[in-house]
Design a protein around this ligand. Sequence first.
Ligand code: ADP
Ligand code: MG
Length: 774
Amino acid sequence: MTRSAARRPAPAAEPPAAPAPGGPGGPGGPGGRTLRKLAELPVTTLVGVGEKKAAALAEWGVESVLDLLTTYPRRYIDRSRQADLADLAVGDQAVVLAEVRRSQVLRARRGRPRVELSVHDGTAGVTVVFFNQPWRAKQLPVGSQALFFGKLDTFRGALQMVNPVVDLVVGVDGSAGDRERTGRVVPVYPASAKAGLDSWEIGRWVAEALRRAGTFADPLPEPWRVRLGLVDRTTALWHIHAPGAVADAGPARRRLAFDELFRLQLSLVLRRRATERDARAVRHQVSPLQVTSVRARRPGPGPADPPVLLDQPATLVESFLASLPFELTVAQRRALAVIFADLAGPLPMHRLLQGDVGSGKTVVALAALLAAVQGGHQGALMVPTEVLAEQHFASVRALLEGLEVGDPAVLGGRRPLQVSLLTNRTTAAERTRLHQGLADGRVDLVVGTHALLTDDVRFASLGVVVIDEQHRFGVEQRAALRAKGRGEGDEGADPDLLVMTATPIPRTAAMVVFGDLDMTVLDELPPGRSPVATAWARTPLEEAAAWATLRSEVAAGRRAYVVCPLVEGSERVEARSAVDEFERLSAEVLPDLALGLLHGQMPASEKEATMAAFRRGDISVLVATTVIEVGVDVAEATVMVVEDADRFGIAQLHQLRGRVGRGDRPSWCYLLSESAEGDAAARLEALAATTDGFELAEVDLRLRGEGTILGSRQKGQSDLRLASLQRDRDLLDSARDVAEAVTEEDPALDEHPLLVDELRLFLTDDEAEFLFKS
Ligand code: ADP
Ligand code: MG
């Protein structure tokens, strides 16, 4: 036996192992503690949690025993494999568990303040030095124990570790007696010196909670668990907190992560089923075949398709598709076939359409809206901002130019298709007229913002709703717009719903945020696009190269965008700084070129005039804010320069870049940023490395973490403590499959009362009511 092993305490007398399967109330059975029971027990029922500690825990969001048991260790110390200071050499990367013996704060003249600790692990001592972290003195008082991760070096002959990563394990009041009972593997909890909680204390309370609970009720029937290769819940909870060996923690984590994902997927699948249960769908007069028949109608080179349907008058959808100056891509055709099948079907569509920037989602969405109109219904397109609404309105109107709809109320039985715009900027008079038109059915399509959701917007017969940039809208807004299909007397029907994201989001995030929708992906760009050569320009020399490319392209008759720095604050502040930037560029950087300015605060007429001049080429460089992010479509534009690019997010830069490379000429995008570091640098590097939006979405998820992507949506979605959308893709898929399977067989979950109880626990009352009303 080595010296260090002898020094360590023996494993605990009662090792925290799970009880044998099949015992009384054993795993998988209905017996054992339920999560609800644990949620009802306040932490003060545990020995050692008095009022003061309870208050500290509450500050941390831990009030019940369930909260405590779902506070998981950040890592484990494997005492059998941990290095002794005495065995380490200079240059070693080390993890040591040591006690603070001496502590002092030093402030050299003109130097940075530093905290110096003498720590000892029983075999040897080392000096730990923190620069510029004065609070370390408080965090690590004499007598406390912590894990120090860092590199050993020497200073004036003595061993030292500079700025190590620290996990406080035992605060000063953790008693020595407790330390003796520690097993071989010690869980390290996220301790908080500020709240006066250390990892050791938390571990002790958790251990007591486990001991008192014994076994836990498992909502997953054993056969499922076995098929999924997951351990039972009792084993999982014991092993995550007190693994006999570090290797036991992995399966425990998987099981608990599965539970998180499963609850979430189950609520989404149930939401979907609840919506369908009460649904009254419009059976739209459209057939998936219309997508292919359009091809047959189109004159053009290549082997002729059989001339089907030529003797019938074209439907609105067919006329629209035939009027396009291009062939649909295979992906667009495939998506439309699926969408039309949904539209014609007995249930309202709930579909997410994902596609990269420039993949042609607008055309697909318009075809879906027109399918409603051709059956005498109406369509609505909702977008998050006024600027977007205006842009979409302009491009939609252009695309639908010349189309007619049948209307028995007018002479000749046909009239031009009527498209309108509704935002908060719509004048009162115009608004009244529009409300009337929507209510009596004279307006066929409406493009708008949240203004569409107000009570006085009523439709004669809303057939299809398209929501663009859905991630900026909540589930509630989706439901509110859908509800517009039913009149006050509940005589209408539920419109079909198509949701689109501006740029792709990772599949896993989509399954969580949009898990109640079916998904279609446009995985193909229209032909003839050339990838945009993207460079991160960091030095003055590289920036000069960017302006040089811009100049030579403009000289060759092409056009360029300069995107102004993103300014926090109001649209007005942003506009102001765009004006300044425009003046600077006109005076200093590009004085000899024809520059134009575009920002969100300009009157619509001025914006339109500027865009028209840019399209014609009277303006060759458009200096703009992010108003050009979406919808701007000028094929001659081949260069984009983004200033202070580090301020933008990945999705936004990708969307901006989509404004160039729309013709068949080579194009460039220059991201200017001298100072980007860390995540900002990683973003710019990713943009330079790929033009694939799906790939960039994964990078974005990795950099930003799930929290920011998921936002604060339903309560259940913030329940992801262990599950990771990157690491646990397979678990997410299984969770989805099991959720589908169980609700297929047992829609009300009558056979699974424990599952229902857990869902109710994790969801808000309203949500639970909606899911389980019979
Ligand atoms: P996004 O998917 O980013 O919303 P858009 O719908 O704005 O893309 O389409 C981008 C551009 O591609 C538009 O100019 C559109 O007219 C054009 N487009 C769409 N589909 C095709 C196609 N099948 N072939 C060629 N161009 C297309
Ligand atoms: Mg779009």
